[in-house]
Ligand binder design. Structure first.
Ligand code: UT7
Length: 331
């Protein structure tokens, strides 16, 4: 029997209606459209405004979009992974709530947290389950309600992040399509440069910490930027080399959408033409775990069977990596 590879066989997505534009941000903090556009490439982000709705709301919508498009019975799904840095609640799995609400009642489920690399790591985990032959339908969702941990008085972070979700279905493939190779890394020395200090187990929330905004995300942007550029470009270059791929073999770069300049630096390192670089940061900002599936959703109509895609991501922790992937269907 031929080797089983893990292919993506469907994509779904959801972003909230509300658009937080650069013009609106100009009225909230000391910033301007020109600065945000030239420094990040972002024009607007989507924000989930309704009280009581968390990351699972976004995840469920994205998964339902995929289920409707593919016309599958959710009871066939065996595993639901929710890649997220903003789970609904502590001590309760966001994935379990999501799986039940989409009707995946025969599945087991778990959350996967690796900051902005959550979905990238999720590709590795979902692929391993499929390649092992153990499961035949694994749903990987990347979802984040970043607005739940952003201080809208801090111009260093509030201009960057948005809310959104994307979902992909992994199934076995016998033509060698899907996940080919991965290079995943982490370095805990990066933690001090990007974190929400209070509200976790090290420093549980206190009224004083909340009053001082210490439960919000803080980042030392320049340090994160430098590390993102160096590491994302490095693993991308290395995964190409060790698979004997030149830039002409690459159909698409699907890189985490944190800053247009970081994505362009990664593309430049491997001399990839701009038209091969997936980009939607202008519409959604940095949606953390949702950036990669939102790219697949927005570019799905242009993808062809056999296309070589390089996924790349970098995020808090630090966590980062690159995955070489062959697309499995024509839209
Ligand atoms: O998803 C993974 C995690 N996150 C990232 O990958 C993000 C990585 N970092 C970045 O994308 C960039 O560092 C930022 C977009 C956050 C900041 O851009 P930068 O080019 O690194 O700016 P900077 O922090 O070096 O600041 C440059 C100047 C400063 O003014 P002075 O000191 O030169 O007078 C800042 O105070 O820009 C100022 N500034 C702003 N001005 C207008 C910082 N934020 C803003 C703002 N609007 N929002």
């Amino acid at each position: 029997m031929s080797k089983i590879t893990a292919a993506i066989t469907g994509v779904g997505a959801y972003v909230p209606e509300y658009r937080l534009t650069n013009q609106i941000l100009e009225t909230m903090v000391d910033t301007n459209d020109e600065w945000i556009t030239t420094r990040t490439g972002i024009k607007e982000r989507r924000i989930l405004k309704e009280d009581g709705k968390g990351t699972s709301y976004l995840a469920i919508k994205a998964a339902q979009d995929l289920i409707d498009k593919k016309g599958i019975d959710p009871k066939e799904i065996e595993l639901v992974i929710v890649a997220t840095a903003t789970p609904d609640m502590k001590a309760a799995s966001t994935a379990a709530f999501t799986a039940t609400n989409i009707g995946a009642t025969e599945a087991f489920s778990f959350d996967l947290e690796a900051a902005c690399s959550s979905f990238l790591y999720g590709i590795s985990v979902a692929s391993s389950y499929i390649e092992s032959g153990k499961y035949k339908k694994v749903l990987l969702i990347g979802a984040d309600k970043n607005s739940s941990m952003i201080n809208y008085k801090d111009r260093a972070t509030c201009i960057i992040f948005g809310d959104g979700a994307g979902a992909v279905l992994f199934e076995p493939n016998h033509e060698g399509l899907g996940t080919q190779d991965e290079l995943l890394r982490s370095n805990g020395e990066g933690r001090e440069f990007l974190q929400a200090t209070y509200g976790g187990s090290s420093y549980p929330s206190t009224p004083e910490a909340v009053a001082e905004g210490k439960h919000y995300v803080f980042q030392e942007g320049r340090t994160v930027f430098k590390n993102a550029v160096f590491n994302m470009a490095d693993v991308t270059e290395r995964i190409l080399k060790r698979n004997n791929l030149t830039k002409d073999d690459i159909s698409w770069l699907a890189a985490h959408q944190a800053n247009k300049r970081i994505i362009e630096a990664t593309a430049n390192r491997v001399e990839l033409e701009p038209e091969k670089v997936m980009m939607n940061i202008h519409k959604y900002g940095n949606t953390t775990s949702a950036t990669l599936p939102l790219l697949l959703h927005d570019y799905e109509s242009q993808l062809k069977k056999g296309d070589n895609i390089i996924f790349a991501a970098f995020g808090g922790g630090f966590t980062w990596g690159s995955i070489y992937f062959k697309w499995a269907y024509d839209s």
